[in-house]
Design a protein around this ligand. Structure first.
Ligand code: IPE
Ligand code: IPE
Ligand code: MG
Length: 247
């Protein structure tokens, strides 16, 4: 019996673990459309997306990816209805509470990138605690971008840089400037994944993405799984990274 449409989606195959991207960044997009397709409220999509994030972070840890950075909430996402913003903040609280509870088991270093000032005091305390307790782990590092905007990050860095300017009379360099970014100490992303069929960066890692390999897929974030991750990494492993040079 030939039933093409019922055939299982072809496995992507295993990536070569000796040449993994050191840093993978993901724009976790498509939660709303995933929910709409199922006749569910958008917030149900965010809840499903949060579960996907958990699974993908675990998978990255298993295969040995060093840094995983995810875009969870942008500086522009405040434009959404207050109920939706509140639901996302509630999911963040749930994530942090569980991360703190399971810290010893998971052993993941967690860091937040973005302007955390507008968040509630409760969230700020949970974030500070999570970052502090988890900083001793040195396996995988997961960076969560919350109230993050690439331009906002650069403008903040410029202001901080100007405050320090002239102290030693040295001109600003790419290297000295990048130390003012939220990503200080974190290598640039090798691979940036955007699901949900949108082909843009939406203000994500504007400085850091200069030489990142970009991977787009139509899969909605809540449906993104290990196989999709393998597919993205396998595709990355076919790319020729020249950095402007020749081979
Ligand atoms: C991404 O999913 C999550 C956030 C931006 C917080 P969306 O909520 O943007 O989902 P779509 O793009 O509307 O499907
Ligand atoms: C980007 O998704 C931000 C996050 C995933 C957190 P958006 O859904 O906000 O981006 P646009 O509006 O499609 O550019
Ligand atoms: Mg979106």
């Amino acid at each position: 019996m030939s039933m093409g449409i019922f055939r299982r989606k072809k496995d992507a195959g295993q990536p070569d673990v000796s040449r993994l991207p050191c840093h993978i960044a993901i724009i976790m997009d498509g939660n709303g459309r995933w929910a709409k397709k199922r006749g569910l409220p958008r917030t149900a999509g965010h809840a499903a997306g949060a579960e996907t994030f958990r699974r993908i972070a675990t998978y990255c840890k298993e295969i040995g990816v060093r840094y995983l950075t995810v875009y969870a909430f942008s500086t522009e996402n405040w434009k959404r209805p207050p109920e939706e913003v509140a639901a996302i903040m509630k999911l963040l609280k749930k994530f942090l509470t569980e991360a703190l509870r399971d810290m010893e088991k998971n052993r993941v270093k967690v860091k937040f990138l973005g302007d955390l000032e507008p968040l509630s005091d409760e969230l700020k305390t949970l974030i500070a605690e999570t970052e502090k307790i988890s900083q001793k782990y040195n396996g995988v590092q997961v960076n969560l971008c919350v109230n993050y905007g690439g331009r906002d990050e650069i403008v903040r860095a410029v202001n901080a840089c100007m405050r320090d300017a002239g102290k030693d009379g040295a001109p600003v360099t790419e290297e000295s400037f990048s130390r003012y970014l939220y990503t200080d100490g974190i290598p640039d992303p090798d691979l940036i994944i955007r699901p949900s069929g949108e082909y843009r960066l939406s203000n994500f890692l504007m400085w850091q993405s200069a030489y990142s390999e970009l991977y787009f897929t139509d899969v909605l974030w809540p449906d993104f799984d290990k196989n999709e991750m393998n597919r993205a990494i396998c595709e990355y492993q076919t790319r020729d990274r020249r950095y402007g040079g020749i081979k």
